[in-house]
Design a protein around this ligand. Structure first.
Ligand SMILES: Nc1ncnc2c1ncn2[C@@H]1O[C@H](COP(=O)(O)OP(=O)(O)OP(=O)(O)O)[C@@H](O)[C@H]1O
Ligand SMILES: [Mg+2]
Length: 394
């Protein structure tokens, strides 16, 4: 066991960067001296073991009791500064939304690096795990997802002072990122021709023709423009299913959010909604099980053509049913939120949000088939966004 005052060799064993070790020790000591919040004591302090010292006749239970304090350290950069006010503002309500933050420590003499000390979420797992990897029933997936979306709603309901003063525009949230990703994809030989000449995508009813990708993005940007600032909220900024944590309690679930991106500040609520959807679309499991997606690149009328993602049938119907349950909850949530601001659930901005969330992960997964599956998914949403704008006008 590592003692609190152990020095650097143990830091390596703990995988805390050596230079952080003494500041972490200082922070944990300070925390114990100041006293832990009651909720932390209830959920994060555990009696870990009792070692009998033996021999005593009158007091047979003399021994060493170990107490464990569960904390999570997140080591990062200055972007962690934004976590503090967001977590605190969200947790000030009746429900805890994020893990409790205990301290944010800057490395002495280093302007950039930080370590965030927060409660460890004992027994929690990311939502994608509940959906894609366990034998949970679809009903349980529905309950877990509902709790997560309620937590995102709580973040969206915060006052703008809880986050970065930035007001994100569609340009920064969507278009700049889509363009950057297309530039990155353009380095892949299979995408090069598609970027310049356009691409056919297999749809539910045959082939869809996409114009060159840069053109598609420019069309959308012009149509959506900076536009009226609609339905702006405090954003979580990265609520994909890996950053939504759930813990089962009997037939119900508790949910916590982690890992926000407060640098987006205040912006379109659909950005967060789109992030949740990108795992639920057919390319979702591709990210988790790239080897199970089969996505040959074909040619159609002399141009590159992407077939719809097809999954290994071995994935099984129970997984499919859980995925459906997730989609059902996502749609219900999206539609309810859209109704609140008087727009259609599957608005062009929603398609744009899903496309952005999907495309920005396209080259991060390290599998050619996943790149194609995610690109297929993103481009078909961009096409639908454009079709929606053509119907309703900008
Ligand atoms: N407070 C916590 N308690 C328990 N587990 C946590 C906690 N924070 C993070 N985790 C676990 O660690 C994983 C990664 O954490 P996190 O999402 O903060 O970082 P990341 O996604 O790896 O990093 P980043 O997105 O900032 O590059 C989470 O999916 C979760 O399983
Ligand atoms: Mg994360």
């Amino acid at each position: 066991m590592t003692r609190l005052d152990d020095r650097s060799p143990s830091a390596t064993a703990l995988e805390i960067p050596e230079e952080f070790f003494s500041v972490v020790v200082g922070a944990v000591r300070g925390l114990l001296q100041r006293g832990l919040p009651e909720r932390t004591v209830r959920s994060n302090v555990r009696l870990e073991g009792f070692e009998r010292y033996g021999g005593g006749m009158k007091s047979p239970l003399v021994g060493g009791l170990s107490v464990r304090l569960g904390l999570t350290l997140k080591i990062g950069n200055r972007e962690l500064d934004g976590f503090v006010s967001l977590f605190r503002a969200a947790n000030a309500g009746q429900r805890r939304v994020f893990p409790e933050i205990h301290s944010l420590i800057a490395l002495p003499g280093d302007d950039e690096r930080r370590v965030l000390v927060m409660d460890h979420l004992r027994g929690y797992r990311p939502l994608w795990w509940t959906v894609f990897q366990t034998g949970t029933s679809p009903r349980m997936v529905e309950r877990a997802a509902k709790r997560c979306f309620e937590q995102i709603d709580r973040v969206h309901a915060l006052g703008p002072e809880s986050t970065n003063p930035v007001r994100s525009t569609p340009q920064t949230l969507y278009f700049d990122r889509l363009r950057a990703k297309v530039r990155e994809l353009a380095r892949l030989p299979w995408f090069e021709e598609a970027r310049e000449r356009g691409l056919f995508l297999e749809g539910r009813r045959g082939w869809l023709e996409a114009p060159p990708v840069d053109e598609l993005i420019a069309d959308l940007e012009e149509a959506i423009g900076p536009g009226p600032r609609q339905a702006e909220v405090v954003l979580h900024g990265d609520p994909h299913l890996g950053n939504l944590m759930v813990r089962r309690y009997g037939d119900g679930f508790a949910a916590r959010l982690i890992d926000p991106n407060p640098s987006w500040g205040v912006g379109d609520y659909l950005y967060d909604v789109g992030k949740c959807f990108h795992f639920a679309d057919d390319c979702g499991p591709a990210r988790l099980w790239p080897e199970r997606v089969v996505l040959p690149l074909r040619r159609h009328r002399g141009r590159p053509a992407l077939t719809r993602p097809r999954f290994d049938p071995q994935l099984g119907t129970s997984l499919r049913r859980r995925q459906e349950a997730l989609r059902k909850m996502l749609h219900a949530w999206r539609d309810r939120r859209a109704e609140g601001v008087g727009e259609a659930g599957d608005s062009p901005r929603w398609h744009l949000a899903v496309a952005t969330a999907t495309l920005v992960t396209a080259t991060a997964v390290g599998s050619r088939d996943s790149e194609r599956a995610l690109t297929h998914c993103a481009l078909s949403h961009l096409l639908q966004a454009r079709a929606g704008l053509a119907c309703s006008g900008p």
